[in-house]
Design a binder for this molecule. Structure first.
Ligand code: SF4
Length: 241
């Protein structure tokens, strides 16, 4: 995918060091936006293993999203129990399915809920798709971005806790920039083909080296590009907008 966005010099150095250190991860999208959305809701506040188990149990209990929508909420909660917070996530998933169904009916759409969501997203720009998803009940900025980036391979970067923390420490964004604002800033300068590798590598870096508590700075390959240790000045390197 080509893009006209121009990365800053500092972002370019950080990006290249991350690639040198962790390689260039490749996305394998499945183009199942609704499955991705439900899976991302299930992944909130739990591990990938637990949410994956809950997702498998959900789709083996209910063969279609229409059946999940129409089932008694306690039965949906039972199916996703292994993912934690089942009594919160079950009504949230059903609310999303119900909202999409109402939209389909209002536009006389003929097809499944999954097809409808896919069609709605691919006819919009990535940013418009992000805003559309955020209008669905219980869908926050990170969940919306995960669906677009992982499932549809669109250049919208989810800002999770690792991406946010490492971006601040590396001086990519200012110390007081919120995750929401970071999303906006990255959207202005990160080339489309960098979005997925940058997201994944910042998470890997945050998990392996740049821990929330006691980052392992002496063994960090990004030391010479880091504002936290004073190698660069965030006032000069941070993306602004
Ligand atoms: S030098 Fe330390 S604070 Fe900076 S990116 Fe590396 S681990 Fe994080």
């Amino acid at each position: 995918m080509t893009t006209s966005l121009i990365p800053t010099l500092h972002l370019t150095r950080v990006y290249e060091l991350l690639i040198d250190t962790y390689g260039e991860p490749k996305n394998v999208p499945d183009y199942d936006a609704l499955g991705g959305l439900v899976g991302t809701i299930l992944s909130q506040h739990t591990s990938d293993i637990n949410s994956g188990r809950a997702y498998k149990q959900l789709i083996s209990t209910f063969p279609s999203w229409e059946e999940v929508r129409d089932a008694p909420t306690d039965k949906v909660a039972d199916a996703i129990r292994s993912g934690g917070l089942a009594n919160v996530k079950a009504p949230r998933i059903q609310d999303v399915l119900q909202t999409l169904t109402e939209q389909m009916q209002a536009s006389s759409y003929q097809g499944t809920i999954g097809q409808y969501l896919y069609d709605e997203l691919v006819q919009r720009t990535p940013e418009e798709g992000w805003r559309y998803l955020r209008r669905l009940p219980g869908v926050g900025p990170k969940t919306a971005a995960c669906v677009l980036m992982f499932d549809l391979d669109l250049p919208v970067m989810p800002i999770d806790t690792h991406v946010h923390r490492t971006s601040i420490r590396l001086g990519l964004i200012g110390a007081r920039v919120s995750a929401d604002k970071a999303h906006e800033l990255f959207a202005k300068v990160v080339p489309a083909e960098w979005v997925y590798p940058l997201h994944v590598n910042l998470i890997t870096h945050g998990r392996r080296v740049c821990h929330a508590q006691r980052p392992d700075c002496t063994n960090c390959s990004l030391y010479k590009e880091c504002a936290y240790v004073g190698s660069v000045n965030a006032q000069e390197t941070a993306i602004t907008g």
